[in-house]
Design a protein. Structure first.
Length: 309
């Protein structure tokens, strides 16, 4: 196997279409078809079959793709270790992150990290949780800053901290009178079961913030009346602030957004497990380089398990 061969096969597996893969690789479709035919003839096995969903890897194809990922990891680890052995401290760190985690975490971590590794290029890719898992699975990033649970892959991770969820709704809502305070807490608490008949503004089902919200509502025995669905936590919060419904969001996100009116925020009791867990994940089986290890440790020092972000 060679690097060009790896790139072509991974593009076919990712795009599930010869024409789309060829476009991505800046090749003609006949040239890529010929490459695949010659490779399968050389190996003596069929790597892909075609069905209504496009190209699908065969059993042999899946094994071949797994081997490519292992070879890519070995090569990248080898190159990184060579840099460190030579004390060059040069290299590249590829980070996947959601937009909101990146905006909260990276401005604090990167200045410290880059003081120690000024010659390491940091490449940042932003995306949904689904995209971040795909990037990890295909070894397109070294680490991903994301929230549990991992849905579609097996990866290793280190827990950084947990972030509390809050319930947000408009000031003056009748349920505000049901809220109760605890000593030294920023916001009051509310029994979530009292919101069972309220309308909710939630994210799309594929988003991690929605998945955690669903688990919280399920623990409260609530099948939410979802009046609005949006991909933006900011939009949901702004809608809630003007009385269009209630929404659930991580407490740390409050500092990121301005609303037409100040929302009413409530904590929820511990039995709702109203939080999500921030982790740094990396491909399973990867040996962490000194550079990656330092980035993780720096993040842990700034965002300990007892600190929300």
């Amino acid at each position: 196997m060679n690097n060009k061969e790896w790139i072509y096969v991974l593009a076919l597996a990712s795009e599930r279409s010869i024409s789309k893969a060829a476009e991505k690789l800046y090749l003609t479709q006949p040239a890529l078809s010929l490459f695949l035919s010659r490779l399968e003839a050389q190996l003596g096995v069929e790597l892909f079959t075609r069905n209504k969903n496009g190209l699908v890897p065969t059993y042999a194809g899946e094994y071949y793709i797994q081997m490519i990922h292992k070879m890519v990891n070995l090569q990248e680890n080898f190159e990184q270790e060579l840099c460190e052995i030579n004390k060059m401290q040069k290299g590249r760190l590829k980070i996947g992150t959601s937009v909101h985690i990146g905006s909260l975490v990276l401005p604090e971590v990167l200045p410290l990290f880059q003081r120690k590794y000024p010659n390491v290029d940091v490449l940042i890719t932003e995306g949904s949780s689904e995209k971040l898992e795909s990037l990890l699975e295909n070894s397109e990033v070294d680490i991903s800053l994301m929230h549990l649970p991992l849905k579609s892959i097996q990866a290793e991770y280190e827990i950084i901290c947990k972030d509390r969820y809050v319930l947000a709704f408009a000031q003056g809502h009748p349920l505000a009178k049901e809220a109760y305070y605890k000593q030294d807490e920023k916001y009051p608490y509310l029994d979530l079961t009292k919101a069972g008949t309220e309308k909710f503004i939630l994210s799309f089902p594929g988003q991690r913030v929605r998945q955690i919200s669903n688990l919280i509502l399920e623990k409260a025995g609530i099948e939410p009346d979802v009046t609005l669905v949006t991909s933006s936590v900011q939009t949901a919060l702004r809608f809630a602030s003007v009385g269009l419904g209630m929404t659930l969001l991580p407490e740390s996100y409050i500092q990121l957004f301005r609303c037409p009116r100040e929302p009413f925020f409530c904590y929820l009791e511990d039995w709702y497990e109203a939080y999500w867990t921030f982790v740094i994940a990396y491909p399973k089986g990867n040996v962490l380089s000194t550079v990656v290890r330092n980035f993780i440790d720096t993040t842990k020092n700034l965002f300990s398990k007892d600190r929300s972000f």
